[in-house]
Design a protein around this ligand. Sequence first.
Ligand SMILES: Nc1ncnc2c1ncn2[C@@H]1O[C@H](COP(=O)(O)OP(=O)(O)OP(=O)(O)O)[C@@H](O)[C@H]1O
Ligand SMILES: O=C([O-])CC(=O)C(=O)O
Ligand SMILES: [Ca+2]
Ligand SMILES: [Mn+2]
Length: 664
Amino acid sequence: MAGNENTGGDFSFSAAAARDALPRITTEKGAKSSDVCHDDTAPRVNFQTIDELHSLQKKRSAPTTPLKEGGGVVMGTSGPTTPSSGETMLQSVSASLASLTRETGPKLIRGDPTSAAKVAHVPHTPTSVPAADVSDSGLKFTHILHNLSPAELYEQAIKYEKGSFVTSTGALATLSGAKTGRSPKDKRVVKDETTASELWWGKGSPNIEMDEQTFLVNRERAVDYLNSLDKVFVNDQYLNWDPENRIKIRIVSARAYHSLFMHNMCIRPTPEELENFGTPDFTIYNAGKFPCNRYTHYMTSSTSVDINLGRREMVILGTQYAGEMKKGLFGLMHYLMPKRKILSLHSGCNMGKGGDVALFFGLSGTGKTTLSTDHNRYLIGDDEHCWSDAGVSNIEGGCYAKCIDLSREKEPDIWNAIKFGTVLENVVFDEHTREVDYNDKSVTENTRAAYPIEYIPNSKIPCVGPHPKNVILLACDAFGVLPPISKLDLAQTMYHFISGYTALVAGTEEGVKEPRATFSACFGAAFIMLHPTKYAAMLAEKMQAQGATGWLVNTGWSGGSYGSGSRIKLAYTRKIIDAIHSGSLLNATYQKTEIFGLEIPNEVEGVPSEILEPMNAWEDKDAYKDTLLKLAGLFRNNFETFTSHKIGEDGKLTEEILAAGPNF
Ligand SMILES: Nc1ncnc2c1ncn2[C@@H]1O[C@H](COP(=O)(O)OP(=O)(O)OP(=O)(O)O)[C@@H](O)[C@H]1O
Ligand SMILES: O=C([O-])CC(=O)C(=O)O
Ligand SMILES: [Ca+2]
Ligand SMILES: [Mn+2]
């Protein structure tokens, strides 16, 4: 035995002693040695190999999800005599993806390319095109990932799309690429015989024309791109919760991110509805990863977002920003719904416990999502609605919330909605913990979360409600001169609705400190299809018929413009909104402001009275007056284009609306 005396340490023991120190394993009396370390799994009855074990993991699911293990759908030869719903779907998608110049629809297979079975879909209309017209693309297979579940889409995104990660709360973080917002200058609308007379064209209109031929060039480019891929995602979904005016839409896209975004944003069909889906009313070809060709007529950049109402199609090239799809469909609704005497609205909408409905109009970033998401009320929707003779209905099945500076304290419901299933666009997160830093603008200021509406605990499903009682116009006035709250008469409501004012602060990168006024008719000029006065006339008629009250709420600056004043606290704006909902503001005493002639209440519960009259909150009264006049001038200039238009049948209302603007 080696002596340890010399070390003088406490840990001196020999290896043999250490071994002796280990406790001996003692077994119970009578136990057989084979029981000491026993395996408690049940007998293996169902599998003999690891592959068989794996095959047990996945159970066949609901009627309309994959029909055959491994994803193959047999068409033509060995299929049943009457087409199953899966075959009908593939035939329908094949027709959607057909090139217009060559063979008919491509050969499609259901399921992921990595999953086994390679069974061809033979197009339902056998081709009789000359051999010279047949291309190699007609010989390959495209896999169709049809209405995948969020879990399946997560897997697709994480496996195949760079920049996809699961965040600490389970959301799917994605990157939208070079474009982190919409590209309104790249939007084109096909001008044909019908749309030439029906739509709003020319100065101020968002509808930049394109001819049918050029649309087909872009469509073919998109379809060829999509067919060149191994797989495409197809979403068959609905728009509009009003069952009588529901629209069937199909979205064909190249990214799991796009498919999950639309899964969340549009109305999700039940398995039965999906089985009987039939032919879509409108199809989006999202080839956003692929640019448009700048040699193509009408193209002024490598991005093109093209709407063809006649063909009921939309093509996206050169932008992966998912909001393009949502707002493209909104444009469609702005065309279809007014034809049915239904008003389409860029507004949020919620309902009190007593059934009182409020609409929240406003341009991007003014507070539609934030203020319609209200713990004390039912959420009908945050961004797009219809107002018909029956009441209101949400167009969408989800919400699209701005996330910049999001906090759990100020917006708990939105915060909690950012969980498994939610798409989180362009946010920055800790590489290890995957905790999101909502204050980080490194990718963009326009960070967003898209979640199904039922992620908001008090959402109202189905998302419909009675006629609105309050119509709230939101303006984020970075000039700081509009009152935090004012009551509007009908003419004023129309004036401000047509003006569609906001003044967000311009991007910090450019070092612009001056607020810039934005006027966007109907609080959504980028999406309207008809002349703004058409929507305004419908709004006036509906508000009048229902006795709804109009309000103007400034969610922007107080006590000075951007730079000297500060943004009105969200908590105060919420109190103001509470007072509108409760009806208490109707009983307040009012005073009229100079120039804009707005009625401001002397008191709102929970809001410091000194901020209610904007001038009081400004230290420099002259600066206030100058700024007010400046803004009034901007309003007047903007409204000039509308002065020659009659609003509705009533010439009297037109006069009143013109008089309802600033007076100076
Ligand atoms: N007083 C306030 N009232 C409303 N929102 C405020 C206020 N102060 C700060 N905010 C912030 O302003 C933003 C409002 O954005 P919101 O997502 O509600 O816009 P939106 O009108 O829904 O726009 P979009 O149509 O682009 O979705 C939120 O980030 C919110 O936290
Ligand atoms: O459409 C978008 O990208 C976001 C949005 O809601 C808007 O801008 O009104
Ligand atoms: Ca919103
Ligand atoms: Mn919006």
